[in-house]
Design a protein around this ligand. Structure first.
Ligand code: PLP
Length: 386
């Protein structure tokens, strides 16, 4: 039957960390204590206000399809969030509630990418981006980035790599796996460059909210032509509810609506009702406390990893990741991750999951576990590398 698999299947890369997770689960079943620093989701439960809003709707039994673009009142709340947080006015007709940022990517790429189109993105980056492009027979052109540009693209890099086949550029700030931000001016210049070149600008803002220093601007502050991808997964603590949103330029509203109707009809209704509580002041205060906790974890882990001898040329400004160079200790970070798990019960994600730009030098630590647990992880790491 293998020959029945569509060609694109062979080009879609799996998550290498899954093999580690499988092994970690097995070790746990055998009674080993595993510290999970590989997981890209908050360890906090979904905030109670969101759960309560979901429960209330569940009890009515009224969980039917919604409009493909989402509940009007949720789209209005998202528009209001952009007014208060970023000072921008977004017509709610341009806002689509989606099954996570993943659903938003499918819509945005499905509406813009033709077979053979190229999409520029940084390497390292979130691995699904290039797989999504491949799904639409387009090609991700990954541009190696390093600490000199905060692991982000620049308008110079965009110009250098632009070809007649280039359809657009994707920027994720804060980035997964590096947690680094693109500067405000640079973001503006990248958007202007793509505009001048006649391309589409995609801005993955899923880690907005989880920023510990400077405020992360939205692409919408500079252009109404950007596609903005966001989600309730990370900052709002709703990974498993599968709900996010996409903001599109005016001209794309009709096309995107047709895609949403056909691909998934509507985003899970229960999750949409639950998310109505996400922007309430009390809930935002709760999320603020969590953000402060993440900031403390970032500072703790960053300092400890540096003391251990890892190289981290840019202190991450956001998300919950530290992308650390372990070249001092090994020449293969995948092996490093496997051995660290096997010998010391600490699970991390190898660089291989994030691209082809020196991946075997890096591992990603997720601080999605408490400082107490990370203290133990640091002791184990110390023993491991010595
Ligand atoms: C940068 C980035 N974009 C998008 C996603 C997809 O998130 P979701 O579909 O849960 O909203 C993730 C998940 O880890 C991510 O790290």
């Amino acid at each position: 039957m293998l020959n029945q698999l569509a060609k694109r299947n062979f080009d879609i890369t799996p998550f290498h960390v899954m093999e580690l997770l499988r092994r970690a689960k097995l070790l746990e079943q055998q009674g080993r204590d595993i510290i999970h620093m590989e997981i890209g989701e908050p360890d906090f439960a979904t905030p109670q206000a969101i759960v309560d809003a979901g429960l209330k709707q569940l009890q009515t039994g009224d969980i039917k399809y919604t409009a493909a673009a989402g509940l009007p009142e949720l789209r209005e709340k998202i528009a209001e969030y952009y007014r208060s947080r970023y000072g921008v006015t977004v017509d709610k007709a341009r806002i689509f509630v989606t099954p996570g940022a993943s659903g938003a990517f499918l819509l945005a790429f499905g509406a813009t990418l033709n077979p053979g189109d190229e999409l520029l993105m940084a390497d390292p980056c979130y691995p699904c981006n290039s797989n999504f492009a491949r799904l639409f027979e387009a090609k991700a052109v990954t541009i190696p980035v390093d600490s000199t540009t905060n692991y982000q693209l620049t308008f110079d890099l965009i110009k250098q790599h632009w070809s007649p086949s280039t359809k657009g550029v994707l920027i994720a700030s804060p980035s997964n796996p590096t947690g680094t931000l693109i500067g405000r001016e640079m973001l503006k210049e990248c958007i202007e460059t793509v505009d001048q070149l006649g391309g589409c600008f995609f801005s993955d803002e899923i880690y907005h909210g989880l920023v510990y220093g400077e405020y992360a601007p939205s692409a919408l502050e500079f252009s109404d032509n950007a596609f903005v991808i966001n989600s309730f997964s990370k900052y709002f603590g709703m990974t498993g509810w599968r709900i996010g949103w996409l903001i599109v330029p005016d001209d794309f509203v009709e096309g995107i609506e047709k895609l949403a109707q056909n691909i998934y009809i509507s985003t899970p209704t229960l999750s949409q009702y639950a998310a109505l509580a996400a922007f309430d002041e009390q809930n935002l205060n709760e999320l603020e406390k969590r953000r402060t906790e993440f900031a403390a974890r970032r500072d703790f882990l960053y300092d400890e990893l540096i003391k251990l001898g890892f190289e981290i040329p840019v202190k991450p400004d956001g998300a919950f990741y530290i992308y650390a160079d372990c070249g001092k200790f090994c020449d293969d970070s995948y092996r490093f991750a496997l051995d660290l798990l096997e010998n010391e019960g600490v699970a991390v994600t190898p660089g291989l999951d994030f691209g082809v730009n020196q991946p075997r030098r890096y591992v990603r630590f997720a601080y999605t576990t408490s400082i107490e647990r990370m203290e133990v992880a640091v002791q184990r790491l110390r023993r491991f590398i010595s």
